[in-house]
Design a protein around this ligand. Sequence first.
Ligand code: GLU
Length: 421
Amino acid sequence: MTVDGLLDHALVRLDEAASHLNIDQDVIEKLKFPRETTKVRLMIRMDDGSRKSFLAWRCRYDDTRGPTKGGIRFHPDSTADEVETLAFWMTFKCAVMNLPYGGGKGAVQVDPRKLSKAELERLSRAYIQAFARIIGPDRDIPAPDLYTNSMIMGWMADEYAQIKGQAEPAVITGKPIALGGSLGRGDATARGGYYLVRHLAEDLGLGQTMRIAVQGFGNAGQNIASLLGADGHKIVAVSDSEGAVGSKAGLHIDLLLEAKAKGQSVASTAGQGGHELLDPKDLVGVDCDLLVPAALENMIDCQNASSVKAKLVLELANGPVTPEADAILARNGIVVLPDILANAGGVTVSYFEWVQNKQGYYWDVEEIHERLKTIMEREGRAVWNISREREITMRTAAYVHALGRLAEAIEAHGTQNFFTS
Ligand code: GLU
């Protein structure tokens, strides 16, 4: 996250995709720069009466295909470069999935674990006070990301309603169900990846029982372990920011979930049920069939990419593999299901939430799952076919798929306001 030039790295993928399509260079140039990034300093009162300030951003990267969409993360290492990169990825993610959105992202540079609940609420409300003029149900729609959750989205939706003097639930997604949240949003990121892997299992030559390693055990990591574990696959290693455990016979997912629910690291389960302590640095190179990076950016880089033993990588995190590492994995015949497709289940169910808020009629969870499955399979298949036909990686194929849609929309808008609108 602290790597300089994260956006420069991301743009490498855009150029690569562009080389496979016949697209006007102006269109590519337009996509190389965020439309607007706003930076503010949020000042809040702490519980002890003192005041503290935090840097915060909201980037609307591109709104050609619709209102900008993307989460807000609370992380001590967040930077403007990171926010813009994440917003760039959201632009392509929404286009891959054919959602009627552009891409955006927000962040506050804060370690939320150091704040009390009341301080966290004041910070969340301060964010909306600062950005109320930028966001809106048809302009820019935030959602949860790293270290933000439905409780925080609830406070934010409430603050926006206070400012506008009326309920506007479609301004933010990932809300609590009681405030117009959607059923199925909680595990949507992992569930989308799960449907994708299941759909492509035969094409990828995956066995009946896979050995799986999961890096990062937050929302996405926990849910993918539960979903794949329930299908009889073996979770052989997991890590979080404080440690890692492994077991050749398979970890007990309930023990891991219990530890996390108590606020403890997965490492605290070592010694129980055959769980053995691992060095988290070794997780990427664990002997397994499927590796799931579900933590931060740049976790698989040129230093550790050659140690990957998995046949398949499912990117539930955003940007976990650097472009250099991509080349190493491809050379070693490892297939990467890229972030902009693999973790798009989250924003897809966010889209369902927004649609339900706008229509005022709510679907049951089976309907949400079915709709998510249909979209994941349709777009996953399309990316797979592009990758086979053109003999390119799944990542480049996903960018080609998205860029085709973006270019069509940019051109349909006309060129009069090309670089300003
Ligand atoms: N933060 C999630 C992502 O990176 C979800 C964004 C959303 O739901 O708008 O895809």
